[in-house]
Design a protein around this ligand. Structure first.
Ligand code: NDP
Length: 322
């Protein structure tokens, strides 16, 4: 019998890469979108998995639809990758962010509990829960989130831990630091920089306007990170793991490297505006993936500067193909 996986948020960046990984591992893969008729399936098509997955309509905040899809699919593994995923947008839409992330996670856990389903559950938490990290954050580092998104992810983390302890559900949280790919939309700064720099190189734009460049982030490659998720659900015991490269790079350095890849000097083209600054920001974000290395035998394969070369090459290839 094939193992069956259900991915909430299968059309998002991580959902697409995870669907591909699990399909390649021999799983029967199901996934959800809030409205499958309106869903953006471009990522699934691009990665060649569209024909191999079954997409269902389910809204995390609609308990009945979550119950229905879990009961219909009866999955061995459930991955929750759905929800508002932008830190910046969470300042403008805090209620949407809280409801989707906190109640959405709770709805899935309640369904597993109600159906007495022996499914294993992965929940997507974020390095944003730590706030500023003076030293690389590990699974014992206290949470000090600095955005509505980070607060919501912190609450979801403790909800998962509570259901694991209270009801014996095999539930894991992955505390993932930033991970990028060509499937990221331009609202995320890394893709905004890559696409903006290529626009300038191709003479379609003259300037790139950004917000706070004085931050450092721990950036990895999304396909590596979904591999860590799948490994968590294959362990004997459920647990929580930090997934990161262990190295932080400045956003200024990221910008310089992208422009450098394209033979340009960023200082000629990049401007900043306070309009794009967040009410509170994390200055330095970096994770310590030692536990993931020890228990999951996982480490990030693609790190900087290789990551930047891959993002720029993918954008150039995408434009050549269209
Ligand atoms: P995406 O934004 O690419 O995908 C999330 C999916 O959730 C979307 O495709 C969308 O699917 C659905 N969605 C979007 N907004 C809402 C909403 N308001 N309410 C309910 N569903 C919504 O995210 P990623 O794939 O990048 O990330 C997956 C998970 O991992 C998310 O929970 C994210 O917060 C978390 N995470 C991501 C990190 C990263 O660097 N990428 C870092 C740490 C954590 P549809 O429109 O089809 O319904």
């Amino acid at each position: 019998m094939k193992k069956r996986a259900l991915i909430f948020g299968i059309c998002g960046q991580d959902g697409v890469y995870l669907a591909k990984l699990l399909r390649d591992q021999g799983y029967e893969v199901h996934g959800t979108s809030r409205d499958k008729e309106m869903a953006n399936m471009a990522g699934l098509r691009l990665m060649g998995v569209y024909d191999d997955v079954t997409v269902h309509s389910a809204a995390l905040l609609d308990f009945r639809s979550v119950l229905q899809v879990i009961d219909d699919v009866r999955p061995d593994e459930i991955y929750n990758l759905a929800g508002q995923s932008s830190v910046g947008l969470s300042f403008a839409q805090p209620v949407e962010t809280f409801e989707g992330i906190i109640l959405g996670t709770l709805n899935i856990l309640e369904c597993i509990r109600f159906l007495k389903l022996p499914a294993r559950f992965y929940n997507a938490t974020s390095g944003e829960v730590f706030g500023n990290t003076e030293a690389p954050a590990d699974e014992t580092t206290p949470f000090r989130p600095r955005s509505p998104y980070g607060v919501a992810k912190s609450t979801a983390f403790w909800t998962v831990a509570n259901y694991r302890e209270s009801y014996g559900i095999f539930a894991c949280s992955g505390i993932l630091f930033n991970h990028e790919s060509p499937l990221r939309p331009s609202r995320f700064v890394t893709q905004k920089i890559v696409r903006g720099a290529v626009d300038i190189a191709e003479k379609r734009a003259e300037k790139l306007t950004l917000g706070n460049l004085d931050v450092s982030r721990d950036w990895g490659w999304a396909p590596d990170y979904v591999d860590a998720m799948a490994r968590m659900l294959k362990r004997d015991e459920p647990d929580d793991y930090v997934v990161a490269t262990g190295k932080s790079n400045t956003l200024t350095g990221f910008v310089d490297a992208v422009f450098g890849c394209l033979g340009m000097n960023s200082s000629t083209y990049v401007e900043t505006t306070p309009d794009l600054m967040r009410p509170t920001d994390i200055r330095v974000s970096v994770g310590d993936p030692a536990k993931a290395k020890a228990k999951l035998n996982w480490s990030a394969d693609t790190t900087m500067p290789k990551l930047i070369n891959k993002l720029v090459d993918a954008e150039l290839a995408r434009r050549r193909a269209t």
